[in-house]
Write a protein that binds this ligand. Structure first.
Ligand code: WQD
Length: 336
C-alpha cells in the first residue's frame, strides 16, 4: 500500500515509517520540520535500505496539501503531525489549537475530496485525565487538564462526527501511554527541543553528562515508592501497533478507539534504576515538589488491543533503557 505519514520525521512517526517500509509499503512523509530534522529520512534509509518520499509541507497550508493529494494516490493516512509539549501548550494555547486542529481539518478535507478513507490517528492517554479506574480501558471517562490534551480530545470528537456523516470512512484512534526507547540500530530516537519535559530523555541527558541530576517531581504519591507510576511502552512496539491498526482499518468502516500500552506500571525510581543498569552508572537525583497537573498512576488495559488488533507489546523496561542508551550515546544532542 501507499501510506501518507504526517509528522513522519518525528519520534514515533519515524519508527512507524521504518516498520512500514520493512513490510513492503510505499511511504510518503509530510512534515514541516518544526520539531524534527530532515536527516531522519537518511537515517530511515540507512536502516531499511529503501527511501520514503519526503515533502516539506505544513498541513495548515491547505492549498499545498490539496496539490499533493492531486498528484498522489494514497491508500491510507497515519496522522502524527502536531505540537505535543504539555507545558508549552499551557503557555501558548492559541498556537496549539490553531496548529493541531486546522492541520487535522485540512487533512480530513483533502481525504474526503480524494476518497482516501482510511486513517490511523495519534491520540494520547492524556485524554483520560485523572483516571476513573486503573488499568485504564477505552470506556473510561474522558477529561483533559491541558490544551495539548484538549486538542487530542477535540480531534477525537471531530473524527467521530466525520465518521458518522461519512459511512465510507474507517478511523482508528490510538491512545498512546508513555512511548520511550529507540530503534535497536541507534540511528533514530527522540530529539527533545530544549530542556526535556519527559522523564527518559532527561535521564539520558543526566547519563551523558548534559544535566547534573534528575529532578524527581514528588515522592508523596500513593504508589509503592511514592513516585509517579506510568505505562512505558517501547517506541518500536508502538510503531508495530500502527501497522496492526492499519490492517484493522482495512477490514471495517466507522471509528474505533484503542489503547497502546504494556499494561504494566513503573515508577520514576524504577525507571531510573533500569536506566542505571543500562548505562552502567549511578545517576544522581533530587526529590522535589510535585509537578502541577501530574497524576499518581497511569497504566493501560491492553485487552482491546490484544483482541481487536492481535497486538501485544513485546519489549520490557530493560530493553527500552538499553535501546535508549545506545541512541543517546550515538546521538547525545539527538538528530539535528
Ligand atoms: C512521567 C513521570 C513525572 C520528568 C506526558 C504527556 C503525555 C505524553 C507523554 C504526548 C511523571 C515524572 C518526569 C522529570 C520526573 N505526551 N518526571 N522528572 O507526564 O506521564 O505524560 O508525556 O503524548 O500526553 O502528558 O510523562 O515523562 O513527563 O512524566 O519526575 O524530569 O515522570 O512526574 O510521574 P507524562 P513524563
Amino acid at each position: 500500500m501507499h501510506i501518507l505519514v504526517t509528522g513522519g520525521t518525528g519520534y514515533i512517526g519515524s519508527h512507524t515509517v521504518v516498520e512500514l517500509l520493512q513490510q513492503g509499503d510505499r511511504v510518503t512523509i509530510i512534515d514541516n520540520l518544526y520539531n524534527s530534522s530532515k536527516k531522519v529520512v537518511d537515517r530511515i534509509e540507512a536502516i531499511t535500505k529503501s527511501r520514503p518520499d519526503f515533502v516539506k509541507l505544513d498541513l495548515c497550508d491547505q492549498d499545498k496539501l490539496e496539490n499533493l493529494f492531486k498528484i498522489s494516490v494514497f491508500d491510507a493516512v497515519i496522522h502524527f503531525a502536531g505540537y505535543k509539549a504539555v507545558g508549552e501548550s499551557v503557555e501558548r494555547p492559541l498556537m496549539y489549537y490553531r496548529n493541531n486542529l486546522i492541520s487535522t481539518l485540512n487533512l480530513l478535507t483533502c481525504m474526503k475530496a480524494h476518497q482516501v478513507t482510511k486513517l490511523v490517528f495519534s491520540s494520547s492517554a492524556t485524554v483520560y485525565g485523572q483516571p476513573e479506574r486503573i488499568p485504564m480501558d477505552e470506556d473510561c471517562r474522558l477529561s483533559t487538564t491541558n490544551p495539548y490534551g484538549t486538542t487530542k480530545l477535540m480531534i477525537e470528537t471531530i473524527l467521530s462526527d466525520v465518521a458518522k456523516a461519512n459511512p465510507e470512512f474507517s478511523f482508528v484512534v490510538l491512545r498512546y501511554f508513555n512511548p520511550i526507547g529507540a530503534h535497536k540500530s541507534g540511528l533514530i530516537g527522540e530529539t527533545p527541543q530544549g530542556i526535556p519535559n519527559n522523564l527518559t530523555p532527561y535521564i539520558a541527558q543526566v547519563a551523558t553528562g548534559q544535566r547534573d541530576f534528575l529532578r524527581v517531581w514528588g515522592n508523596d504519591y500513593d504508589t509503592p515508592d511514592g513516585t509517579g507510576v506510568r505505562d512505558y511502552i517501547h517506541v518500536v512496539d508502538l510503531a508495530k501497533g500502527h501497522l496492526k491498526a492499519l490492517d484493522y482499518a482495512n477490514t471495517r468502516t466507522g471509528i474505533d478507539f484503542i489503547n497502546l500500552g504494556t499494561g504494566k506500571g513503573y515508577s520514576v525510581l524504577q525507571v531510573l534504576h533500569a536506566f542505571e543498569k543500562a548505562c552502567g552508572k549511578q545517576l544522581p537525583y533530587q526529590i522535589l515538589e510535585r509537578r502541577p497537573g501530574d497524576i499518581a498512576t497511569s497504566y493501560a488495559s491492553t485487552k482491546k488491543a490484544e483482541e481487536v488488533l492481535g497486538w501485544k507489546a513485546q519489549y520490557d523496561i530493560d530493553r527500552m533503557c538499553v535501546d535508549l542508551w545506545r541512541f543517546a550515546t550515538q546521538n547525545p544532542k539527538g538528530i539535528r
